[in-house]
Design a protein around this ligand. Structure first.
Ligand SMILES: [Zn+2]
Ligand SMILES: [Zn+2]
Length: 414
């Protein structure tokens, strides 16, 4: 039966002596990885080798399509692959064409040491002819092939860009505040959160994340976004930073082509009525005004008459019944005339410049020549020295917080 190995089963020519390469066959299976085995028509199931000449007659080094059509989004450069749009990060259409060609071309599995070069030739605005030159080694013989594949670019609009252009949105975040309008700082922060949330989701490859529109209204800000998930993220982040509550409500908008109901979710964020830095006068309370330190969870602050700590009850939450007297920024530096005793200090009234006795909070520094004081409907009160870093974001964990009372073991703003 040695004859079957000695003659090519296809052309009948004698095969070159193979004993040398069989001897070097390390795995002992008697087959050589460089050799293509084909079925012997006389003995089905058995595999025999054909000669190099027959092998290369059928050999197709490079498998290339006649042409490649690429759909590219003219807005964002995304490329349509399979049944979806993907971001390829291509600089220009030539880049896209090179990438698509390298995806579309195939080389014979037997070829080793494959190398290729491509030379794009811009034929017209939408056609790039790709001249590709391949080299490799098959059956120990160097092989090369040159193929030219025209790439046709079709400029289209991807789903995402189409939705953006069509003002599509799935969710609205309404930023409002209890008994007041949101401040510029809160509005700006909400916009920033919306943009970073979307940017973070885009960075993870989410093509459906975008802000459709942000519009300021008389009572706050409306943010329209492309998915409910983004709406939820933005509203949660807002109340995490500023306190307050969020309620979501679904509205049936339409049915999609499969008859599924499509809902749009509105997230109504209500920021707390008072902000860190506000000075408020609590109703039904005779212990003096409170400088608000935190509005996350229950409202917390400092009594400006004594320096004592204040925290609203669970029932009152962030909205105890109170009147706002002013803000930290309204305080003016006032000259200390004399320290009367443990409970009283004389300062100059910032409006009349007459000496006036006021209560002495425990944060008062007896060596100070001037102190910030707020004159309001509730009288004249000494405020803690401002720390610009903590205004608006006072937190019990901060190393120094003029609004804070000595920390208590179980204190938490969470
Ligand atoms: Zn042959
Ligand atoms: Zn696009």
């Amino acid at each position: 039966m040695n004859e079957s190995r000695a003659f090519c089963p296809r052309c009948g020519e004698p095969m070159p002596d193979r004993s040398a390469s069989d001897a070097s066959d390390a795995d002992g299976t008697g087959s050589d990885d460089h050799r293509d085995d084909v079925a012997d028509p006389l003995r089905p199931g058995a595999e025999v080798e054909i000669c190099d000449s027959c092998y290369f007659d059928d050999f197709d080094f490079v498998d290339a399509p006649d042409r490649i059509d690429v759909r590219v989004c003219a807005q964002c450069g995304a490329v349509h692959r399979g049944n979806r749009w993907v971001d390829v990060g291509a600089e220009d259409y030539t880049d896209v064409a090179v990438e698509e060609v390298s995806e579309a071309l195939g080389v014979h599995v037997d070829v080793e040491d494959v190398a290729w070069q491509v030379e794009p030739e811009q034929v017209d605005q939408n056609t790039i002819r790709m001249h590709c030159y391949f080299t490799g080694v098959a059956r120990g013989t160097p092989v090369e092939e040159q193929v030219t594949v025209p790439v046709r670019i079709a400029r289209q609009t991807c789903t995402r860009c189409g939705r953006i252009a069509g003002d599509y949105y799935a969710s609205i975040v309404q930023i409002r505040a209890e008994k007041r309008t949101p401040t510029t700082e809160e509005i700006d922060r909400a916009k920033e959160i919306a943009n970073t949330t979307v940017a973070e989701m885009e960075a993870t490859g989410d093509r459906n994340a975008f802000v459709t529109e942000m519009s300021e209204t008389d009572d706050g800000l409306n943010i329209r976004v492309s998915t409910n998930k983004i709406g939820k993220k933005i509203s949660n982040k807002m109340i995490q930073e500023f306190g307050g509550t969020v309620n979501d409500a679904e509205t049936l908008v339409t049915e999609d082509s499969d008859g599924n109901e499509v809902y749009r979710v509105t997230f109504a964020v209500r920021l707390p009525p008072y902000r860190p830095g506000d000075i408020i006068d609590l109703v039904d309370d005779d212990q003096g005004p409170v400088l608000v330190r935190s509005a996350r969870g229950n409202l917390k602050g400092t009594r400006v008459r004594t320096g004592e700590r204040y925290e609203a009850s669970y029932e009152e939450g962030n909205a105890p019944e109170a009147r706002k007297l002013g803000e930290r920024e309204d305080a003016v530096e006032t000259t200390v005339v004399t320290v009367e005793d443990e409970n009283a200090v004389q300062v100059l009234d910032p409006e009349t410049y007459q000496a006036k006795t006021v209560s002495r909070p425990d944060y008062f520094d007896p060596d100070a020549e001037t102190v910030p004081a707020l004159k309001s409907r509730a009288g004249l009160h000494i405020l803690p020295d401002p720390d610009p870093d903590s205004v608006g974001d006072a937190d019990a964990n901060e190393p120094y917080d003029p609004y804070a009372n000595p920390p208590e073991g179980d204190e938490s703003d969470a």
